[in-house]
Structure formats: structure tokens, C-alpha cells
Design a protein around this ligand. Structure first.
Ligand code: PLP
Length: 449
């Protein structure tokens, strides 16, 4: 593609004129003008091409512009672009079937939303109505979306400004051995103590008041902490003991990201409700939803469910989901994600950790990896403080700039960088990403002590 800096400048000026951006001080941002994208790459108007190790916001699981999905959207647009949710529409039913067949256990009914936060909102609403209880428990290290209840459930600092009404949300510590809240030294200790802490929290909140426990199966934005063996099964048992609805949020971890259709498969656990979005159609058209167990669906068999959205099960979004799932089957994208994690990303990142003093821990699976960057491997002090900005965040900013200089667009959250490429990233692309990370980590190393 021919560089066209003038066109890029015009696109950026038009953005700055009228677009109000998420999570940003509007006067302090400088968004890159993007000219196009394909597969694992995108490019700007100045002749720079980037390997996208973020998959957008961890959602383009089959990469950008997959021709089969683009064609399916075009065909659906020509056939029936939109139709209201109360009607039976072929492509909506087909998307629901394909999703329900892949979710674990008896999660056989699908309520469609436009994205992840709305999925979480509706899962909590279903849990409250099903149990007749109000409180909801979630983990401090979590992200569940930016609408009212979802942001309250979220642990990360982005909720602080919205903490005005807590909506009955109670937060607890989920397991994370590397930065254990329980002084644990082994995965088993971490698991046992985290479960005890959850039981204690429930006892002091009153189990009869608790509608749901909401957890990301593998927390994503908060740091890709694979739960220790037995933890999620333990949470399932606690939920069963107290009649609490178990909600797993698979908005980020679902649809191949961890090398299985849903991350819950790794832990042999079946929640009562499961939220999804992002990878369901690689984000080509906004779509999310809640997969619902038989028991909870039965609650709303004769009693109306008091929730809905104009675009619930939008035909364009559903056509994109049907095509995406078919592509993932035909091209064995889920198996590929598992293999690239085991054979290229995992070993490659661990090798970087050995050579770079700034890498404290490597964790993840599939196409879902985090590097926990530290000032010192012994003390594990994070490379930048929690929620750092400005000068305090300079080491991570320098790391990010170096990655971009080497053609890699990095995912950065606090003191971590996540390697979250498309689930169909090729071996050569993954290796190219590892080489760019290698160079950028040398810059992070300069900030270690
Ligand atoms: N839940 C999880 C686990 C997420 O990672 C996200 C988004 O990153 C959400 C919910 C919110 O999804 P959305 O931004 O589509 O509302």
C-alpha cells in the first residue's frame, strides 16, 4: 500500500474534531490513523505496518478481514440486514445452535447482547431473579465491562470513578500465586487458601443474600492468571452448597483464545451462566451474549424475563458468528491456538524470561499470554507501581515505544505486556513477535535494579 501521510493527517484531524474516545483525557491523546488491516497485521498512512499482538482488544481471534466472514456479512446484508428480536430468524437460530453446541454442560439457551458488558449485566439480572437474592461477588483482579453493574464487578481502577453505587457488589481475592494475597508458596496452598477466603467472605456477607459469584475463567485484562487445579471446581462446590449462581465470564477467554472453545473445558467445570462476546464473531459486528443452564432457563419458562435490547441477535452480527465458527472449525483455529501456545509462544516467552531481568513471570496458554514485568526478579516489585501514570509509568511507555519501533503493536496493562495475537497467528508471525518483544524488553531491562 502506498504511504499517504496527507490522507492520514486528515483522518486524524477529523477524529480529533468530533470523536470522543474511551478511557482518555481527550486533549492528551494522539490516536494512530489506521489505513487498513489483514490477518495479523494492520498499517497506517505513513508506510508503517504492525504485527498486532493485541488482536484489537483481544477479539479478532481469526485476524482481520477474513474473506469468508466478510462475504457472509455481505450476503446477509443483501438478504436481511436487520430484524427485531421478537421474531424467529434463521441466522439467529443457527448462531445460537452453534454456540450452545460448544458451551459446556447444559448451557443450551442463548440470550444475545451487543457486547460483553451487557452480557454481564444480564447474567447478573438472571441470577438475581432466579435466586431472589441481591449481592454479587467478584474478584479484585478482574475486568467485566463498563456499564453500571459490570464496572462495579470489575476490580481494576477503571471502576473507581463509578463506585458511587456499589449495586450489592462484594469483591474478594482470587488465586494468583506469583502475587499471593495469602502468603502461599505452592499452587495447592494458594488454591486452598483462596477457597477458604471465599467461604469466609460468603459467611460474613450472609450466604442467603448472595445471588452470584462472577469470575473470569482465566482473568484476562487483569493479568492472565490461570487458576490452580481445583479452584474453579471448588467454587462450583461452594455455589452448589449455598444455592449461589456460578457465572463464568468468557468474554475474553472464550472462542479459542486458550486453545479450547471455552476455557472452562480446561478445568472440567460447568457454570450456571456463561458470558461471551469478542471472539464469537471476531468482533466483525458487535455481538455478545449469555449462555443459560436448563435450570435457570426454566425460571423464565412461564415468567417473563424482564430484559431486552433492540439489537439482540442482530442478523448481521449472527451471520458473522455463524461464519466465524465455521471458519474456526474448518481451519482448526482452536487446535492451532493450543499448538502455537505449546510449541512457539510458551517456549519462546519463557526463553525471553530467562535472558531478560525485567521479566518476572510468564503465564498463559494458547494465544493468551502475560509477561509480568518487574524491577527485580527477587523482590518481584512491579516495573511500574499499580495504576501508575505519567513519569511513574515511563518504563512501560518506553517498552511500548520500543515494541512499535520494531513493528509490534503491544498490549500493555500496568506492569504487564500480554502476547495475545490472533488465534490463527502463523508460526512465522509468532516468531516475528517474539523477536520484537526481545528487542523491546532490552529497553525494559534498563529500568531494573
Ligand atoms: N468481560 C471480560 C472478561 C472482558 O475482557 C471484557 C472486555 O474486555 C468485557 C467483559 C466487556 O466487554 P465489552 O467491552 O464488549 O462490553
Amino acid at each position: 500500500v502506498e504511504p499517504d501521510p496527507q490522507a492520514g493527517a486528515a483522518v486524524k484531524a477529523a477524529d480529533r474534531a468530533h470523536v470522543f474516545h474511551s478511557w482518555s483525557a481527550q486533549g492528551l491523546i494522539d490516536p494512530l490513523a489506521v489505513a487498513g488491516a489483514e490477518g495479523s497485521y494492520f498499517w497506517d498512512y505513513d508506510g508503517n505496518r504492525y504485527l498486532d499482538f493485541t488482536s484489537g482488544l483481544v477479539y479478532t481471534n481469526i485476524g482481520y478481514q477474513h474473506p469468508r466472514v466478510v462475504a457472509a456479512i455481505q450476503e446477509q446484508a443483501a438478504k436481511l440486514t436487520t430484524f427485531a428480536p421478537a421474531f424467529a430468524i434463521d441466522v439467529r437460530s443457527e448462531a445460537a445452535r452453534l454456540i450452545a453446541e460448544r458451551t459446556p454442560g447444559d448451557l443450551n439457551k442463548i440470550f444475545f447482547t451487543n457486547g460483553g458488558a451487557e452480557a454481564v449485566e444480564n447474567a447478573v439480572r438472571m441470577a438475581r431473579l432466579h435466586t431472589g437474592r441481591h449481592k454479587v461477588l467478584s474478584a479484585f483482579r478482574s475486568y467485566h465491562g463498563a456499564t453500571s453493574t459490570a464496572i462495579n464487578l470489575t476490580g481494576d481502577p477503571r471502576r473507581w470513578a463509578s463506585d458511587t453505587g456499589t449495586a450489592g457488589v462484594v469483591r474478594f481475592w482470587a488465586p494468583f500465586l506469583y502475587r499471593s494475597a495469602f502468603y502461599a508458596e505452592t499452587e495447592q496452598q494458594e488454591c486452598e487458601r483462596a477457597l477458604q477466603h471465599l467461604e469466609d467472605t460468603i459467611a460474613f456477607e450472609g450466604p442467603q443474600n448472595i445471588a452470584a459469584i462472577v469470575l473470569e475463567t482465566v482473568p484476562g485484562t487483569a493479568g492472565i492468571m490461570t487458576p490452580p487445579p481445583g479452584y474453579l471446581a471448588g467454587v462450583r462446590a461452594i455455589c452448589d452448597a449455598y444455592g449461589i449462581v456460578f457465572v463464568l465470564d468468557e468474554v475474553m477467554a472464550g472462542f479459542g483464545r486458550t486453545g479450547t472453545w471455552f476455557a472452562a473445558e480446561h478445568f472440567d467445570v460447568v457454570p450456571d451462566l456463561m458470558t461471551f462476546a469478542k471472539g464469537v464473531n471476531s468482533g466483525y459486528v458487535p455481538l455478545g451474549g449469555v449462555a443459560i443452564s436448563e435450570e435457570i432457563a426454566a425460571t423464565f419458562e412461564t415468567r417473563p424475563y424482564p430484559g431486552g435490547l433492540t439489537y439482540s441477535g442482530h442478523p448481521l452480527a449472527c451471520a458473522a458468528a455463524v461464519a466465524t465458527i465455521q471458519v474456526m472449525e474448518d481451519e482448526k483455529v482452536v487446535e492451532h491456538a493450543a499448538r502455537i501456545g505449546e510449541t512457539v509462544l510458551g517456549p519462546g516467552l519463557r526463553e525471553l524470561a530467562e535472558r531478560h531481568p525485567s521479566v518476572g513471570e510468564v503465564r498463559g496458554m494458547g494465544a493468551f499470554w502475560a509477561l509480568d514485568l518487574v524491577k527485580n526478579k527477587e523482590t518481584r516489585e512491579p516495573l511500574v507501581p499499580y495504576n501508575a501514570s505519567g513519569a511513574a509509568n515511563a518504563p512501560m511507555a518506553a517498552f511500548g515505544a520500543a515494541a512499535k519501533k520494531h513493528g509490534l503493536w503491544p498490549f500493555i496493562n500496568m506492569n504487564r505486556t500480554h502476547a495475545v495475537p490472533a488465534c490463527n497467528v502463523s508460526e512465522a508471525e509468532a516468531k516475528e513477535g517474539l523477536a520484537a518483544l526481545d528487542a523491546a524488553l532490552s529497553v525494559a531491562d534498563e529500568h531494573t535494579v
